[in-house]
Design a protein around this ligand. Structure first.
Ligand code: NAI
Ligand code: MG
Length: 348
């Protein structure tokens, strides 16, 4: 039997609850579809930081490297550890060390879920560049505190980085409805974004079966609200993708439904799967966190590992649960009830 090794980092707050829920569902899928999951749980979290002074051990990355995939619940507990420390001590180093350059987030309305828009039937895959661009960390401040103070934040776009994220997007579009929208602001940002546009056209030539649109970020923000059903795959830089995926999460009904994957297509290093939401200290320990975003992220992990039938079945089970109204409204169903409903639908 095929066995996949998983590094589980439940993290803090509801991260722990939704990781447990996800593993319950994945275990049912494994039994049903004839593969095995071998999870190892790592206690790396803010609690771990309080005990040890580190978010993960010195050799944490090396400990993760041999796994087939990493699953992360959520990390952060601002009461005891500043968010800048918890984020930069765990999540960001993992994304960087394993070159997880594609952050992908599906946005669609599950049956029974009411989003804030009238739009129905949208099914968008947002692909955000995850390693460079506006979040490269290049820049500086001089004359701090003086009248002539200067701050710069330099967006870095490399040919390698832009090409690989666009190519990844075209592959995804090819496997879906064959439409890709590249999001830039090349009217105002005349170097990096014009370069991005040129790269899009160059790579588009390799994918004649995929139709391509170019859109500016501001127009895209409006489009996602006015006509999200016209969109298929969206590819955007780190900053633009960050903003659009929050918008995407909102139109799909909120953070309880927003799943994500941090992908490095090179199978020699693990990719990482996580719900978009954080540790939600306000509802932690109350058994009311919605585990759907987390379970959906788990399905994306199985899909990445090659268990496509199991991944599709989990998605159908989530839909069967929400179609009955389970997990569709905040607080109406408990974490356990939603998990049980998804498991039951998967077993049926
Ligand atoms: P958050 O996502 O934890 O919570 C925002 C709001 O959404 C809260 O009212 C929360 O109760 C609600 N919410 C989130 N997920 C939910 C779910 N599954 N079901 C029902 N309601 C849900 O964001 P917040 O409060 O800004 O951050 C809390 C901590 O989480 C911080 O330490 C932050 O740094 C961290 N964080 C970690 C992330 C990660 O590990 N990837 C991502 C975002 C935040
Ligand atoms: Mg964000």
């Amino acid at each position: 039997m095929k066995t996949y090794t998983l590094a589980l980092i439940p993290g803090d707050g509801i991260g722990v609850d939704v990781t447990d829920a996800t593993m319950e569902v994945l275990d049912v899928a494994a039994a049903k579809f004839g593969f095995a999951l071998a999870p190892t749980t790592f206690p790396w979290s803010c609690e771990y930081y309080v005990e040890t002074g580190k978010m993960m051990p010195e050799d944490g990355i090396e400990q993760l490297r041999p796994f087939d995939a990493i699953y992360l619940g959520a990390v952060g507990w601002p009461k005891t550890v500043p968010d800048s420390v918890s984020l930069h001590g765990l999540l960001l180093p993992i994304r960087k060390a394993f070159t997880q350059y594609a952050n992908i987030r599906p946005h669609r309305l599950l049956p029974g879920v009411e989003g804030p828009l009238k739009a129905e039937g949208f099914d968008i895959l947002c692909i955000r560049e995850n390693t460079e661009g506006e979040y490269s960390g290049a820049g500086g401040r001089v004359h701090q505190g003086q009248d002539n103070e200067v701050a710069t934040e330099v967006a870095i776009f490399t040919r390698k980085g832009v090409e690989r994220i666009l190519r990844f997007g075209f592959e995804q579009a090819r496997a879906r409805r064959k439409h890709l929208t590249s999001v830039t602001k090349s009217n105002a940002q005349k170097y990096s974004m014009v370069f991005w546009d040129e790269m899009t056209d160059k790579i588009a030539a390799e994918y004649p079966d995929v139709t391509v649109s170019h859109m500016h970020i501001d127009a895209m923000a409006a489009k996602m609200v006015m006509a999200p059903q016209d969109l298929d795959v969206i590819v955007a830089s780190n900053l633009f993708g960050d903003i659009l995926t929050d918008l995407g999460a909102a139109i799909q009904g909120g953070l309880g439904f927003a799943a994500s994957a941090n992908i490095c297509p090179d199978p020699s290093v693990p990719s990482m799967f996580e719900p978009v939401h954080g540790s939600a200290p306000d509802i932690a320990g109350k058994n009311i966190a919605n585990p759907i975003a987390a379970i959906w992220s788990g399905a994306m992990m199985l899909d990445h590992l090659g268990e496509k039938t199991a991944a599709t079945a989990i998605l159908s089970a989530i839909e069967a649960a929400t179609a009955k109204g389970i997990g569709t409204r905040p607080g109406a169903s408990s974490t356990d009830e939603i998990t049980a409903a998804v498991k039951a639908a998967l077993e049926a």
